[in-house]
Design a protein around this ligand. Structure first.
Ligand SMILES: NC(=O)c1ccc[n+]([C@@H]2O[C@H](COP(=O)([O-])OP(=O)(O)OC[C@H]3O[C@@H](n4cnc5c(N)ncnc54)[C@H](OP(=O)(O)O)[C@@H]3O)[C@@H](O)[C@H]2O)c1
Ligand SMILES: *[C@@H]1O[C@H](CO)[C@@H](O)[C@H](O)[C@H]1NC(C)=O
Ligand SMILES: *[C@@H]1O[C@H](CO)[C@@H](O)[C@H](O)[C@H]1NC(C)=O
Ligand SMILES: *[C@@H]1O[C@H](CO)[C@@H](O)[C@H](O)[C@H]1NC(C)=O
Ligand SMILES: *[C@@H]1O[C@H](CO)[C@@H](O)[C@H](O)[C@H]1NC(C)=O
Length: 329
């Protein structure tokens, strides 16, 4: 009995020490998470708003990109809009110009086409661009086993989500850096990530890998550019044509509210407490991210299995719906 107690002591003391350290870290992270939400909103004059600086937004005619464009214009940035559909871009440019009194420029371009990065660069190189929002993205049309992924879809996702984003940023960094020096402001590069990259996601394997790639690329870049703030934004589902979700819920905001949360808290980590230069800005997504980190962890088998079941089920329902639509024709 006493001998057992004696041995136990050797475990108990380190266990208490480790436990105390872990609880202290959890406590501090929780305080930091709450503080991030209570601190005042980010001020954009430091990035040149109302001083003539421009913001370039990719995938700007719909969803999150449309909201980034409008809300940055409302803060006083001139806006370059880039996506495929000329008519949508023209309508949005007119709306932004009239509503917010800022200048606009449009570039109608398919970013999967070779040279798309240079085309956008040519349009912006003489403008004082201080902000780049890497928003354009593509996911699988429905969840699919990796080995059955359509090759065009695979290449599209990789081209849009990684190659294009990297090539455009490489061209735009010197422009932003110059603007920062000329206008005596800081530059800003925001890249849209996803919980699909935060958690390895079976049946969305290519998308998941592409977003995880962007995470480490973005954070690496953050350390290299002292005059430019580089931020990676993590999001769970948002209503949009990409997510094919129309109804909002407490876990699923609309693009307007998601972007509002993102811009008001940029520069803080919110739900991404363990990551540098990364934010999970929407409150319910932040709680989910924080919760997963503090429990099973993003790379655990538990998270992976739950996710596998979830996406297998989405695929089953999507296939059934496609079948019904085929019959109805
Ligand atoms: N919605 C979500 O649940 C969710 C969750 C996590 C992360 N995200 C990320 O957020 C970003 C925006 O997603 P979203 O849901 O807002 O998408 P969305 O509503 O489908 O909008 C996509 C935008 O990109 C443009 N676009 C699409 N393909 C293009 C191409 N090949 N070349 C040029 N422009 C193109 C579209 O305009 P045109 O059709 O006119 O080209 C549109 O303006 C993506 O990076 C996505 O991965 C979304
Ligand atoms: C950015 O500008 C600073 C000077 O303002 C310069 O020292 C630095 O090399 C530039 N970096 C890039 C990547 O252009
Ligand atoms: C499953 O994957 C999606 C990304 O597609 C992610 O948003 C979600 O948090 C994951 N769920 C779980 C339970 O891991
Ligand atoms: C591509 O990137 C967008 C955001 O940039 C994301 O929403 C989408 O899920 C990504 N798709 C893949 C397949 O990685
Ligand atoms: C980024 O790289 C580090 C190792 O260098 C790894 O631990 C981390 O999980 C990576 N992030 C993502 C999202 O894959």
């Amino acid at each position: 009995m006493f001998e057992d107690y004696g041995n136990l002591k050797y475990f108990l003391v380190p266990a208490i020490i480790v436990g105390t350290i872990k609880l202290t870290i959890l406590g501090l992270s929780t305080v930091s998470l709450i503080a991030d939400f209570l601190l005042p909103a980010t001020n954009y004059t430091k990035y040149g708003s109302k001083k003539g600086a421009w913001a370039l937004v990719t995938g700007s005619s719909d969803g999150l990109g449309l909201e980034f464009s409008k809300q940055l214009a409302a803060k006083g940035f001139n806006i370059v809009l880039a996506s495929r559909t000329q008519s949508k871009l023209e309508a949005l440019a007119t709306e932004i110009n009239e509503k917010y009194g800022v200048e606009t420029k449009i570039v109608a371009v398919d970013v999967t086409k070779p040279g798309a990065d240079e085309e956008i660069f040519t349009a912006i190189k003489s403008l004082p661009v201080a902000v780049l929002v890497n928003n354009v993205g593509r996911s699988h049309s429905i969840p699919v086993p990796f080995a059955e992924t359509d090759l065009e879809e695979l290449e599209g996702i990789i081209t849009i989500n990684t190659t294009f984003t990297l090539k455009l940023t490489r061209l735009v960094v010197p422009v932003i850096n110059d603007t920062a020096a000329k206008l005596k402001v800081k530059g800003l590069i925001v890249t849209m990530g996803s919980f699909g990259g935060l958690l390895p996601t079976p049946y969305l394997a290519v998308y998941s890998g592409s977003k995880a790639f962007l995470q480490n690329w973005s954070v690496s870049l953050a350390a290299e550019l002292p005059n430019v703030d580089v931020e990676f934004v993590l999001s769970y589902l948002v209503t949009s044509s990409m997510s094919k979700i129309k109804r909002t819920s407490f876990m699923i905001p609309n693009p307007k509210n998601f972007v509002k949360a993102t811009l008001s808290k940029l520069g803080r980590r919110n739900g991404a407490q363990e990551r540098f230069a990364t934010t999970t800005p929407y409150w319910s997504h932040a709680l989910m991210h924080f919760g997963i980190d503090q429990t099973v962890g993003v790379y655990s088998k538990v998270a992976n299995s739950l996710n596998y079941s979830m996406h297998k089920d989405i695929r089953r329902r999507a296939l059934r719906k496609a079948e019904r639509q085929k019959k109805a024709l």
